[in-house]
Ligand binder design. Structure first.
Ligand code: SER
Length: 583
């Protein structure tokens, strides 16, 4: 069964069980600086899991584009992916364990045709925070899974939370038995010998973790996630996702272009190419920080592997064309964005090639010094410095060192990397903690300020100015918009004055729900039309601004204080960025 059929079956199945199909949110969370990318289907739904009413009701289903990069170094093996699609269904205070498990079982066995014997499940074993989940086990038995294939594990396996804090709960995971020999007498779903592959996770989300403590949420939710690529692989009887129709044409083409064969390198190129395309399509641009840096890393790693395979880098454009074609079935919206996707990825590849060439020059100097000193090993420090200063990848250093008859202390390099990674991982964990659920008073003000700035720029520059992204913290706002020139001082001043004028007028902010179609007809501004469900909320500020938006916003613009633009700069080609504060 092809991926698109699995997705369609899934959405239809849940639609037939009274779920509303909602669109995938963009990979880059809007107004949520707390996470780099959307990493799970539940993420855009956090406010609703916490109790806010969802305009589409209490039973939802969707496919969600996701990026997870914690395992980026593992890509190249037979399973890791940075981009993947998650199919999900949600109960927002509606059904709970019994119905959720009955539906999952029915979908797996009837719709996908997976034989009962191939399914094992796991449940939460219980601890001081939450009792043993015997009801879940009973539901599975009732569905037809025998006791021997129902396992109980602790928090490490059967508890789900996004990051450190937020809505969470015990989960039940479904595993597919690939038929491989057990790795030993204790072989179980929790072991990663490859016999059991996790296929679906249903979280019974009735807790909220905050400041290390668990309390009950206002409602009991179900949050489920099923990885599309993995399911396609299993149903097609393939060993890796790279053998499915999602990757195969690219893998084959890379094989034709490569002068050397290295399956891991081909997988890295195919995987990172797809992730980069998806991220750029949703507005991501390479940079040196946060999500821009992840995109940069993906493109760099891909470029290097292409070099390693001795593929002519001028083929990149044609490879992007091919991949967008391959992905067309799942993401037809990519076709319209083809030119910008190619421009961004190819430009970044060119930049990296310059880095590589410059790095190699610096590397020559290091080699000379080492040889002059009569040593035969390059210090980890040197390698790490080349990486930090020139972005010169350590694997390349190692290859070059060996070509020069020198050794590299890779353990030391790894140690330095680990220290570096721990630091940045700490950073991203704190980020996650920072804002998933938390929209404070100050963030709300900034949110309203972005609408005013958007309207002001349209008036000062021209009405073709559109929002390309935004990022808000309690301290400042960042606003990206399409514009072909650097703003003059006068334009900046005019925009700032206009926003302040509207703030002083203390305009009323109102919200209404309407059909998407009518909202667009009424001239409401919106960023990604495909992202919105049929019924949308529209925020209107006096008669100066009207935007499709999930909120929240202040009630009156007078609450904002004084608006000040602190910086205007290029963000990427054709996109400018304004940083502003409220004082
Ligand atoms: N949030 C859970 C997961 O990511 C279920 O969707 O696995």
């Amino acid at each position: 069964m092809k991926a698109i059929e699995i997705r369609n079956k899934y959405l239809n199945f849940f639609k037939n069980h009274n779920h509303k199909i909602i669109p995938s949110a963009p990979l880059i969370p809007e107004n949520d600086p707390s996470v780099l990318f959307t990493t799970a289907g539940m993420q855009p739904l956090v406010p609703y899991l916490l109790g806010e009413k969802h305009p589409e009701g209490t039973r939802l289903t969707d496919y969600q584009k996701c990026v997870r990069t914690t395992d980026i170094e593992e890509v190249g093996d037979n399973r890791h992916l940075t981009y993947f699609e998650m199919l999900g269904n949600w109960s927002l205070g509606d059904y709970f364990r019994e119905e959720s498990i009955a539906m999952s079982y029915e979908f797996l066995t009837k719709e996908l045709g997976i034989p009962n014997e191939k399914i094992s499940v796991t449940c939460f074993a219980g601890d001081e925070d939450c009792p043993r989940d015997t009801l879940t086990a009973e539901c599975w038995e009732k569905a037809g899974i025998p006791k021997e294939r129902i396992y109980f594990y602790g928090k490490e396996d059967n508890w789900w939370i996004a990051g450190e804090e937020g809505p969470c709960g015990p989960d039940t995971e479904m595993f597919y038995d690939t038929g491989k020999e057990p790795c030993g007498p204790d072989c179980q779903p929790s072991c990663d010998c490859g016999k059991y592959v996790e296929i679906w996770n249903n979280v019974f989300m009735e807790y909220l973790k905050k400041d290390g403590k668990y309390t009950k949420l206002v409602q009991k939710n179900v949050d489920t996630g099923l990885g599309l690529e993995r399911m396609a692989m299993l149903l097609q009887g393939k060993q890796t996702p790279f053998d499915t129709e999602i990757f195969k044409p690219i893998m084959d083409r890379l094989g034709e272009l490569a002068k050397k064969d290295d399956i891991a390198s081909r997988r890295i190129v195919a995987e990172h190419l797809r992730s980069s395309i998806m991220i750029v399509a949703d507005g991501g641009r390479p940079s040196n920080i946060d999500r821009g840096y992840i995109l940069r890393r993906l493109i760099r790693r891909m470029t290097r592997q292409m070099n390693k395979l001795e593929i002519d880098l001028n083929e990149l454009g044609a490879l992007i064309d091919l991949d967008i074609n391959v992905l067309n079935e799942l993401y037809p919206e990519l076709a319209d964005k083809k030119e910008i996707i190619k421009e961004v990825i190819i430009q970044e590849k060119d930049k990296f090639m310059k880095t590589l060439i410059r790095g190699e020059r610096e590397f020559e100097k290091v080699i000379k010094r080492i040889k002059d000193q009569g040593k035969n090993t390059i210090d980890g420090e040197d390698i790490f410095k080349l990486y930090e200063t020139y972005g010169f990848p350590p694997e390349v250093s190692k290859d070059l060192a060996e070509e020069n008859g020198l050794k590299v202390n890779m353990d030391e390099v790894d140690k330095l990397f680990k220290m570096h990674q721990d630091k940045s991982r700490l950073g991203s964990e704190q980020k996650f903690k920072g804002g998933l659920a938390g929209t404070g008073e100050q963030e709300i003000k900034y949110h309203t300020a972005t609408h005013l700035l958007n309207a002001a720029l349209k008036e000062v520059i021209n009405k073709d100015v559109h929002q390309m992204g935004s990022n808000i913290t309690a301290e400042r706002m960042r606003f990206d918009f399409s514009c072909d020139h650097k703003l003059t001082n006068e334009e900046k001043k005019q925009a700032e004055d206009l926003v302040n004028k509207w703030i002083q007028e203390d305009l009323q902010v109102t919200v209404e729900t309407m059909k998407k179609e009518n909202a667009i007809k009424s001239g409401a501004e919106c960023m990604f039309i495909e992202k919105y469900p049929e019924d949308v909320t529209v925020y209107t500020i006096g008669n100066v601004s009207k935007e499709l938006c999930g909120g929240p916003h202040v009630k009156h613009t007078g609450e904002l204080g004084n608006f000040k633009i602190v910086k205007e700069e290029a963000s990427s080609s054709g996109v400018r960025r304004i940083k502003a504060i409220l004082e």
